[in-house]
Ligand binder design. Structure first.
Ligand code: CS2
Ligand code: MG
Length: 403
């Protein structure tokens, strides 16, 4: 029995907000978990402090599955991003404790390495095609084997995925949501030339990805998928909102372009039909929003039955704690596809010292016992929480749309 004696939440904002959970045991071992939900951070902090932590004290930290089930079934109100991010933070912390007590990196507890490293993709973006390609060439020179392309859309002032700073992308940018305008027609005209220019400049030995970010209808997504087929994209992400999982049947009827979805999913139920009907090729559910390592393994196992691979979300609003946990998960699962890696800033990395490393287009979690990531509480205390919202999007006629 390794008794949990205390747990606490740290909210810190080294350039952007992060919510971190620390669980302490009687043996003096502390586990760390990420609980960050971009734009709704304090809801998860309160869910942990006010509703979860009181139930953890006195429990055996080794009982990861039992605690997971207790927090999931015991909440009565199941699922949802706040609940599942809180459960995820507890889950990550308990795996971290188990690894530290065993003297093993978490991936060794998950069955060991299934590959030498996790292929990652970087985020090339630019105000226009030439700036995006220039940025993509830089990622290619750094050894990235997979690069996401997001470019400004002629005629639109701003669009998803294009940042002021080419290397760091932080969409949560204001104390109240900034509003941007969207035009599907202008966007659909802009993507094929982007991919044509990218293949011209980068050749065929690099994977090219694109994130639609929930902005097309199924038939529009089918059209874009078909338009991009000559350029062999690695995937088209979030091609259409996925509440209606059956909608992806229509996309599949029109294109062979691989589809990725799921960064906003928080449980296996959000993806069950998509996976069982092979309506997608990559599942993007992530360790922090989909219930932690324990639940993400369930999703990956279901996906493996249907030849769906993992392609986990890894934007900068997932802290280095999540990146570490994602790499322990990614290096061990049999059906790994790719891991998103939007580099954190040096300011963030200083608050979260970690063992994971980038080499030759791949990442490895390192071999420190547990997750191999910590939080520098003195530094963390210097960065106060600052409310920040993700933007919202409207059509040019003012209709509220998907950002
Ligand atoms: O694929 C991605 O990384 C994006 O969809 C994210 O940047 C997403 O917009 C943010 O994580 C939202 O907080
Ligand atoms: Mg995305």
């Amino acid at each position: 029995m390794t008794e949990i004696v205390s747990a606490r939440v740290i909210v810190t904002s080294p350039g952007r907000n992060f919510v971190t959970l620390l669980i302490e045991t009687k043996d003096g071992v502390t586990g760390i978990g990420d609980a960050t939900l971009n734009g709704r951070e304090l809801a998860v902090a309160s869910y942990l402090e006010d509703h979860v932590i009181p139930c953890l004290i006195g429990r055996d930290a080794h009982r990861i599955e039992d605690i997971w089930q207790y927090l999931y079934k015991g909440a009565y109100w199941r699922r949802g991003p706040v609940t599942m991010s809180a459960i995820a933070a507890v889950d990550m912390a308990l795996w971290d404790i188990k690894g530290k007590l065993a003297g093993l990196p978490v991936y060794q507890l998950l069955g060991g390495a299934s590959r030498e490293g996790c292929m990652v993709y970087g985020h090339a973006n630019g105000a226009d095609i030439s700036e995006t390609i220039e940025n993509a060439l830089r990622y290619h020179e750094q050894g990235y084997r997979a690069i996401r392309l997001q470019s400004g859309v002629p005629g639109l002032k701003a669009t998803y995925g294009v940042s002021k700073d080419r290397y760091f992308y932080e969409p949560a940018d204001a104390a109240l949501p900034t509003e941007s305008l969207w035009s599907t027609e202008k966007y659909l005209r802009s993507v094929p030339p982007l991919f044509e220019a990218a293949r011209e400049a980068l050749g065929w030995d690099v994977h090219l990805l694109h994130d639609v970010h929930h902005r097309l209808t199924p038939i529009e997504a089918g059209r874009l998928g078909k338009d991009l087929e000559p350029y062999r994209p690695f995937w088209l992400e979030d091609a259409t909102p996925a509440e209606n999982q059956a909608a992806f049947r229509l996309i599949r009827q029109h294109t062979t372009t691989p589809l990725a979805v799921g960064e906003i999913f928080n449980s296996i139920w959000d993806a069950k039909q998509l996976i069982e009907e092979q309506l997608i090729d990559y599942i993007r559910a992530t360790v922090v929003h989909a219930g932690g390592i324990t639940h993400l393994r369930r999703i990956a196992s279901l996906a493996d039955l249907y030849q769906v691979r993992t392609g986990c979300h890894g934007a900068t609003d997932l802290s280095p704690v999540s990146m570490a946990a994602a790499l322990h998960f990614g290096i061990s699962v049999p059906n790994f596809g790719v891991q998103e890696y939007m580099r954190h800033t040096e300011e963030t990395d200083a608050v979260f010292p970690h063992a994971y490393r980038f080499e030759d287009g791949m990442m490895h979690p390192g071999d420190k016992p547990g997750l191999g990531v910590e939080i520098d509480e003195v530094l963390a205390a210097k960065h106060d929480y600052k409310r920040a919202y993700l933007p919202v999007a409207r059509l040019e006629d003012g209709t509220m749309f998907n950002w």
